[in-house]
Design a protein around this ligand. Sequence first.
Ligand SMILES: Cc1cc2nc3c(=O)[nH]c(=O)nc-3n(C[C@H](O)[C@H](O)[C@H](O)COP(=O)(O)O)c2cc1C
Length: 358
Amino acid sequence: MLGSPLTFTRGPDMKNRFMLAPLTNCQSHADGTLSEDEFRWLTMRAEGGFGLTMTCAAHVQAVGQGFPGQLGVWSDAHLPGLTRLADTIRSQGSVSSVQLHHAGNRSPADLIGTTPVCPSDDPQTGARALSAAEVQGLVEDFVLAAERAEQAGFDGVELHGAHGYILCQFFSPELNQRTDAYGGSMENRFRILDEIIAGIRARCRADFMLGVRLSPERFGMQLAEVKQVAERLMTGGDLDYLDMSLWDCFKLPVEEEHHDKSLLEHFVELPRGNTRLGAAGKIRTPAEAQAVMDAGADWVMLGRAAILHHDFPARCLAGGFEPVATPVAPAHLRGEGLSDGFIEYMNNFKGFVATEGA
Ligand SMILES: Cc1cc2nc3c(=O)[nH]c(=O)nc-3n(C[C@H](O)[C@H](O)[C@H](O)COP(=O)(O)O)c2cc1C
């Protein structure tokens, strides 16, 4: 089943059920253009058998940069690198997608050189509220970024609505204190997402593949509300897939009243129409990937497992594959196509990189 193709309403089929998770790797040039290191890291994954290869979160406005060395999709200057990347991913038989992102109040002021923005003033980070015109500008820049990805030859884009970045800041009743049409009721808080989706559907080609990533916990997100939105998005017909970022596919929800089933089960049981549903979070072995499929997902998304093995899908489908145990030596990661800067970044993830020589 992990080896069987997956069709989508729009866009090419995936040759198997493995998607590469969007993974920030801090390897782009300072202006957001693609570097050789990032090209190598991603195209090695396409070559290693991923049915879909997704870029890291790529910012749609300069002011929305969240990380040093982040890939940009906010200017036509990014097009040559993106085009080369899309071409090579396709030549390796993998579907390609750019994750569209804006960090909002999580943009470091010293990185963007100005005050970060947020749906409403945020005393904790010092971010300032977007004006009504700026909200329209943000919608437009997400759509322009999708058009740019299309122009570069990508099969589609994923909207990053997870992990407390700007779209999630709009969704969150805690962070979004707006009193206009973009704040207050659930309908209002998700309006920005609906407008971006409508803009992409109106302006990108008919078979452009569109996904959304949501996370159901933290940053003020509540499971019951995220489930309602997930169902509405999946049955609405405008999306090709929904990517649930669970951080752990096998855990119970944080909210005790929902402990009757696992976080993943809460989503796979929802009506999904023709929209494909997948999940990310601690899928580390072939057995764990199979377990997520058996639970009812259409595809699985690998993050750290794909950092450890660029060819996880190919090896998993060949059978008898046992992934390496963590922590791993930097030399292993270098062999898997990570630059020293990316390896350094991975030190933020406890227990992943072993001390050199250990
Ligand atoms: C190094 C690293 C970078 C990440 N960058 C992104 C990102 O750019 N966008 C995003 O939506 N999630 C990002 N995530 C979350 C992953 O996409 C994934 O959902 C998460 O790591 C859980 O999957 P895993 O247990 O297979 O790693 C990142 C995670 C890691 C470890």
